[in-house]
Each structure stands twice: as structure tokens, then as C-alpha cells.
Design a protein around this ligand. Structure first.
Ligand code: AMO
Length: 434
């Protein structure tokens, strides 16, 4: 049996006189002598429960006065109009049950009145998320996922799952987490890259996957984690421009969806969300080098990867989402297709938010011999990729795709300072629990 018949946010002053049963946490209590307030919090808001000393049963009054903050309670009572209370109503209780008392003192203050370090909040994430502004991030993330999935289904993509326990590196050998897999060594997958490409050989034509990726990067930054959620897309008979438009519509669409459907959550965060304009600006790697040169900055050579500082500089200069295109082939992974007439440049791209990279993608190499050559040119052994390479020998269509970091999308959308604030239970070098 469900222990409530209403959420706080569903009650209106027009329901005055109705009996309701609420369930939630004791947000705060206030004793004003003749009158005692308990503010109950649930996922949809707050309700003021008012007990008048003169008319309330003393047993009930004592139960409520003894309850500690953040205990779980069930309140049965009558709705009464009260302009000064949250939502314009209060509850005059008939019965209050303490379902689960909270120990005193609390490890953190969930009312947000006392500032709390990120590490302390993450240690007791289940209390941290009781704060409406923290909860709002994950409700918005869920809306972003819904919007992305709608966009993919509308564009004829099939949702897939590929293995997370794998035999080979995708994105580079150093960032792998080894695991013991019976008698063999295996790894946690860095990206669904090789599998989504094999699905193109399978004729699945247009696929997407939303799932975890694992990177053993040692960085301790505000935008890297060792486990992240990646939104991956792969489309056959398409080039990089086709999938770039799928990506910009997915991102701008997610902003619009959140703006339309999450006004309460945006208010809790205190954000006036601006939807980015499409199409996003395209900036080639060579143009980016030119934009980034001068102004007392150290000059970069064609072929150098863009460092964080340069990315930040470009972000400030451009000031909106943009694509970085036409990268040097030497920087991008082996699966990225070089231009046939000037192979030093490739069809890889990154989607940039002014603060950081959100996604990368490319038109892929689909020719078996070229792929073997590209793998070798990166100093890798084709033998280690045999299971993948084989898929290119029996009819592999041209294809393109991308991978988008979900938490980075949410973090930049909501202007959060640290990616850890956009992940329920983040995994970094120091954090393996909770
Ligand atoms: P890449 O390695 O650029 O590309 O990853 C794609 C996107 O995933 C997110 N991301 C991360 N987010 C948080 N912490 C991390 N450690 C982390 N690593 C990656 C970023 C990044 O832009 N196979 C290609 C994609 C493709 O070409 O389809 C790939 O994995 O937002």
C-alpha cells in the first residue's frame, strides 16, 4: 500500500477542507509557543504542517515536537488555506507517524543554510540529494535523456547495448582498467566505438547507445571522471556532416526540452536557461590555430593537439557552442577517415561548449586495407584488433558517428562548476564509495 495519497506540490489552496496523507522528510520545525510548525519535504516541494497548542491533542503535539530533523514521517491532515505558507496552504494534522527517525547530529545540513564541501556532500550523497537544487540536476538529466531518446527514435535509430567487458583498447592503451576474467585478462570498455562500427557491418544502419565508459585517466580535473556515461551514435551511408547535424539538433533539442518541461527544477537551481542557436558554428582546426595565436600567447604548430588553455581561450573568444573540424589525421584515432586528396587532414570533429569539449566524432575508415594501415601508423598491432578488422572484410558500408559525454552536457547546461555535481555517485582516483 502506498503510504501517501498526495505530494506536497500537488495540493492547492482550493483543496481546503480535504483530508490528505503526505509522506516525506522533516525539513525543519519551529516552536513559536502557541503554535508549532513542521515543514515536510517530498520530491515535489514543501508543506507546512501547523499545530495549534490549544486545539491539538497533547500526545500528537509531543510526538511532533520530539521528532528530529530529516526523520521520515507520514502526516494525515486537513488542507487549510494559508497565504503565508509554501504553496498557499497548510496542513492541520489529524495524525503524524514517525516512520524512520534520523540520528542527531546530521552529517550535513540538507537545508542548504550551511555551506558544505563537495567531498562531504559526496560522502553522504543520499542526504545531499535531499537538497532541491541537487535533486533538480538529476531530474533535469532524466529530461535530457528523454529528449535525446525521442530525438533518436524520431530519426530512425535503434537503441543497442554493447559489452562493457572487452578484450582490447579502443581509445588508447594507457587509459584501460584491467580486470581478471576467469583465466584471461580483460578490460572495462573505454567506448562502444568498435562495437557500434561492427553493428554497421551487421546492417543495423542507425544505432545509439547510452551507457557507461571507463577511463583509467589519472587526471584530477573538474571535467574528468573514471566512469562516465556516454551517448553514442553510429549511422551508415553517412558522412561527418550528417552526424554533426544529428548532434547539434540533439543538443539544442535537449536544451529546449528542459526549458519547456523543467521550469521548477531550473528555478531551484536559479538558472535562466538559454537555448543555443543552431546550426552551431564550424571552425576548422587551422582556423582555430589562427584564432588562438597572438595576444601574447605561445604560438602553436600545425599538428599540435589543442591544450586546455587554448580550448578555454577559443571558448571565450567564440562564446557559444561550436564544432572544431578538419583535424590533423595524426591527432585523431585510427578509425577516423583522412581526406583522400589531402590525407594529413581527417574528417574528425569535436563539439565544443565554450568551457570544454562535449563530444567527438568522425566519418570512419570503412576500407579494410586503409584501416590496417591506419592502425599500424598509430604504432598499434592489427593482430590485437582481428575481431574488429574482420567485420570490414565482408561488406562494410561507409559510416559516421559520435560520442557525447552526458554529464558534461548537463554540467555545462546547468553551469555547474564540477562534473561530480552532475553524477550521482562519481568515480575518481580517490573515490570508490559510496
Ligand atoms: P572521446 O574519447 O572524445 O571519444 O569521448 C567522447 C566524449 O565522452 C566524454 N568523456 C568523458 N567525460 C568525463 N570523464 C571522462 N574521463 C571522459 N572521457 C570522455 C567527453 C568526450 O567528448 N569513440 C569516441 C567517440 C566517437 O568517435 O564516436 C570517443 O570515445 O564528453
Amino acid at each position: 500500500m502506498i503510504l501517501r495519497n498526495a505530494y506536497t506540490g500537488d495540493i492547492t489552496p482550493e483543496m481546503a477542507g480535504k483530508e490528505v496523507t503526505l509522506a516525506g522528510w522533516v525539513h525543519e520545525t519551529r516552536d513559536l509557543g502557541g503554535i508549532f510548525f513542521l515543514v515536510l519535504r517530498d520530491r515535489k516541494g514543501f508543506a507546512q504542517v501547523t499545530l495549534f497548542r490549544k486545539t491539538t491533542d497533547p500526545v500528537l503535539l509531543n510526538t511532533v515536537k520530539a521528532v528530529s530533523r530529516e526523520s521520515v514521517v507520514q502526516v494525515k491532515g486537513l488542507v487549510k488555506t494559508e497565504a503565508k505558507a509554501p504553496g498557499g496552504y497548510e496542513i492541520v494534522p489529524i495524525d503524524v507517524k514517525v516512520l524512520a527517525p534520523a540520528e542527531v547530529p546530521l552529517p550535513m545540513d540538507p537545508t542548504g543554510k550551511v555551506d558544505c564541501e563537495l567531498d562531504t556532500r559526496l560522502d553522504v550523497r543520499y542526504i545531499d540529494i535531499r537538497r532541491p537544487c541537487a535533486l533538480a540536476v538529476f531530474e533535469i538529466e532524466s529530461a535530457v535523456l528523454q529528449s535525446l531518446r525521442d530525438h533518436f527514435y524520431k530519426n530512425g535509430l535503434t537503441e543497442t547495448f554493447t559489452p562493457k567487458i572487452v578484450a582490447a583498447a579502443t581509445e588508447g592503451g594507457t587509459d584501460l582498467f584491467p580486470i581478471s576474467y576467469f583465466e584471461r585478462e580483460a578490460f572495462l570498455n573505454q567506448s562502444p566505438q568498435l562495437y557500434k562500427q561492427m553493428l554497421m557491418a551487421a546492417g543495423m544502419d542507425r544505432v545509439f547507445e547510452i551507457g557507461p565508459i571507463f577511463r583509467a585517466e589519472e587526471h584530477d580535473t573538474r571535467r574528468h571522471l573514471n566512469e562516465a556515461i556516454s551517448v553514442d551514435v553510429e549511422v551508415s551511408f553517412a558522412d561527418e556532416n550528417d552526424v554533426m547535424s544529428l548532434l547539434e539538433w540533439a543538443v539544442a533539442g535537449a536544451y529546449s526540452y528542459v526549458k519547456e518541461n523543467c521550469s521548477k527544477q531550473l528555478k531551484a537551481i536559479g538558472l535562466d536557461l538559454q537555448v543555443p542557436k543552431t546550426p552551431f558554428r564550424r571552425v576548422t582546426y587551422t582556423e582555430a590555430l589562427e584564432l588562438a595565436s597572438g595576444a601574447g600567447r605561445k604560438s602553436m604548430n600545425w599538428g599540435d593537439d589543442l591544450d586546455t588553455e587554448t580550448e578555454r581561450f577559443l571558448g571565450e573568444k567564440i562564446g557559444e557552442h561550436y564544432f572544431l573540424t578538419e583535424w590533423p589525421s595524426s591527432i585523431k584515432p585510427y578509425y577516423t577517415l583522412p581526406y583522400s586528396d589531402h590525407p594529413e587532414v581527417c574528417r574528425g570533429f569535436d563539439l565544443m561548449h565554450p568551457r570544454m569539449e562535449l563530444a567527438s566524432g568522425a566519418q570512419r575508415v570503412h576500407d579494410y586495407n586503409l584501416l590496417v594501415e591506419r592502425i599500424k601508423s598509430k604504432g598499434l598491432q592489427p593482430a590485437g584488433f582481428e575481431f574488429y578488422l574482420k567485420a570490414f572484410r565482408y561488406g562494410m558500408p561507409s559510416h559516421a558517428g559520435w560520442g557525447l559525454g552526458l554529464s558534461r552536457l548537463v554540467m555545462t547546461m546547468l553551469n555547474l562548476d564540477n562534473i561530480r555535481d552532475a553524477v550521482l555517485f562519481p568515480r575518481d582516483r580517490r573515490r570508490l564509495v559510496p
